[in-house]
Write a protein of this length. Structure first.
Length: 614
């Protein structure tokens, strides 16, 4: 009995219609759901208006960075939206751009610093914002700061204000700086894990946690000198801004207790007595003060104001479709890793691709490389430097602008530039090199797991489940020593310093930007604006644009991010904020993720783990 072909055809057609109908239904639900959200957002939103004599509220939330880490577009939109969040990121360039625009905007008379949600930010970045605030004040306008509580970074920025307001129940927390690490030597011994360490540099402390239970004398000496240098910059700046004695910022315990007793135990009154703040005011009292200063808004009961995020949306320029001679800007921010990496990390391949793009762009006449990195892969660092050399060979000057840190691999990729700028508090140098291989043969053996077999050579059998022979360790150490020689030779050649001089200031030691200038590791103290000006001078440009050269989102990613950004304000707050547990887990696992991400093909790293200051 033969099957009827038309019967099977009808069955297949039925199945296809069911599947295709289901597919269309799901897609339509998604599409019309998104469309409904967009219509709600459009119907509910109003045009951003800035009234005359308004206050610009710099409600800076999250971490201030040179380059945002690339995340899922939907997640980014939920976190950022138009309000920001404490676990989000803000571009330093956007903050300075907004302040400089407000300086020349006749509608803006005052800046209000609302720093309650400001989290991580290097002192050099805060200084750049402070310089922009000073320009704003020099135009005859006022800056005020309001807070229930000022942490150290928040207070540094608040010190640039004309007037600092503090809640009567608040306080100012000034503790100084510290560097503390976790050390694992005893733990590794108990777990029977062997850490094979290879390094060159007396001060190269990146691997100390795996070979010691405490800080070495050399690391203690270098870290103490570095902290003293950075803290001096902090206290001198704040003392100058507040016109107080720099020694009155962090008190010893007896002096602090005496001042607290004088204020009858009231922290806010103590801050007022110490001239850390100017006035104690509740939120309602501050509202009334600002109503007197700038007037009442047309719609609502608050003072006339525009938020940082709204004002940024308002003043962000439209893209230019007429290409002109430009100074290109490439941001190298994060750990240096091999291969292609997303924004917020520096990939050997991906960053080299951006440099290559600048080299072959006829409108890019010079380049500023903005470096904010503790280093990472030695191979990827050299890969990036080789592309910089090709850019220079093409007749395009390269100027480096160092951000909060440009250490180890961060300095490696900077050394060959035509000119190097650092800020006084940039952590730079850390010219050293290390390698590390952990093996687990003893810990596995304790569990009854053993490795055995044959190979054609001692190299073929290398594994984390087997111990390293002394001969192989000697070979690896020789490679590390050669890497160190290459590093200091590179610095000696590019900075025109003798090899012996470089060796003395290298050894893995980290210096402040101010000290790096004295040692000849950088050419001048300044920020990215000075770097752009210098690059234009070297390229003989009188009229020019600046152009950020960066990895671009796909059209699909850009569409989803823009769509969600417009509706994120109408979604539940729980979707846009991480939980406390998530934040704690992220903090605890951060260093482990960094180590796990290391992927140098030769297992050789130029990385500065001591560049984290608390």
């Amino acid at each position: 009995m033969s099957a009827n072909p038309s019967f099977f055809k009808r069955i297949c057609l039925f199945i296809w219609n069911v599947l295709n109908g289901t597919r269309k239904l799901i897609l339509n639900l998604i599409f019309f759901g998104f469309l409904a959200l967009i219509l709600i957002a459009i119907g509910s939103s109003e045009d951003i208006k800035v009234e005359d004599n308004s206050a610009l509220v710099l409600n800076l939330a999250g971490s201030i960075v040179d380059q945002k880490q690339q995340v899922d577009p939907i997640e980014a939109a939920l976190k950022q939206g138009n309000n920001g969040s404490s676990d989000g990121e803000i571009l330093l360039a956007d903050i300075i751009y907004v302040i400089d625009n407000a300086t020349h905007d006749n509608r803006i008379s005052t800046i209000v610093l609302d720093l309650a949600e400001l989290k991580r930010a290097g002192i050099s970045k805060l200084q750049s914002i402070g310089d922009a605030l000073n320009r704003f004040k020099e135009s005859g306008k006022k800056v005020v700061a309001i807070g229930n509580y000022y942490e150290q970074n928040q207070y540094f920025l608040a010190s640039f204000a004309t007037t600092i307001y503090l809640n009567p129940q608040g306080s100012v927390s000034l503790d100084g700086l510290s560097m503390y690490n976790q050390y694992f030597k005893s733990a590794l011994e108990k777990l029977k894990i062997k850490a094979h360490i290879f390094r060159v540099g007396t001060f190269k402390s990146a691997v100390e946690p795996y070979m010691r239970d405490d800080m070495s004398d050399a690391a203690r000496e270098a870290s103490s000198a570095l902290l003293a240098d950075i803290w001096q910059s902090y206290t001198q700046t704040v003392a100058k801004n507040r016109q107080i004695d720099a020694n009155a910022l962090v008190l010893d315990s007896p002096s602090y207790l005496a001042q607290l007793d004088k204020a009858e135990g009231d922290s806010a009154t103590m801050a007022l007595n110490m001239k850390w703040v100017d006035t104690l005011a509740t939120d309602e009292e501050f509202r009334k003060i600002m109503l007197d200063a700038v007037g009442k808004e047309n719609n609502g009961d608050s003072f006339k104001q525009v938020s940082f995020y709204d004002y940024l949306t308002l003043v962000t320029p439209l893209p230019s479709f007429i290409e002109q001679d430009s100074v290109g800007i490439i941001v190298a921010s994060g750990t240096i890793l091999n291969g292609s990496q997303p924004a917020g990390q520096i990939g050997g391949d991906s960053t080299a691709d951006l440099l290559r793009k600048a080299r072959f762009d006829k409108h890019i006449k010079a380049l500023v490389l903005r470096v904010d990195s503790p280093g990472g892969s030695a191979f990827a660092s050299e890969q990036i430097r080789q592309e910089l050399l090709a850019l220079k060979a093409a007749g395009k000057p390269v100027v480096v602008s160092m951000g909060s840190l440009a250490a180890s691999g961060g300095y490696w990729i900077s050394a060959s530039a035509d000119y190097i700028f650092a800020t006084p508090t940039t952590l730079t140098g850390s010219i050293g090199i290390f390698g590390m291989i952990t093996t687990f043969e003893d810990s596995l053996a304790s569990l009854g797991i053993h490795t055995d077999g044959v190979s054609t050579s001692e190299w073929a059998g290398l594994s984390v489940t087997r111990t390293l022979s002394p001969q192989i360790e000697s070979v690896i150490q020789r490679h590390i020593e050669r890497g160190y020689l290459d590093f200091i030779s590179l610095v000696a050649k590019e900075r025109k310093i003798s090899l012996e001089q470089v060796d003395k200031i290298a050894q893995g030691r980290v210096w402040s930007g101010k000290k790096a200038l004295e040692l000849g590791l950088v050419d001048e103290l300044g920020d990215i604006d000075q770097a752009v000006t210098k690059a234009a001078q070297l390229a003989n440009l009188s009229l020019f644009d600046t152009r950020l050269i960066e990895q671009e989102l796909t059209p699909e990613q850009r569409f989803v991010q823009q769509m969600f950004a417009s509706v994120s304000a109408y979604l539940p707050a729980s979707l846009s904020h991480s939980t406390l547990l998530e934040q704690m887990l992220n903090q605890w696992t951060g260093s482990l993720k960094t180590i796990a991400a290391f992927n140098d093909p030769n297992h050789v790293y130029v990385y500065c783990d001591s560049c984290v200051i608390n």
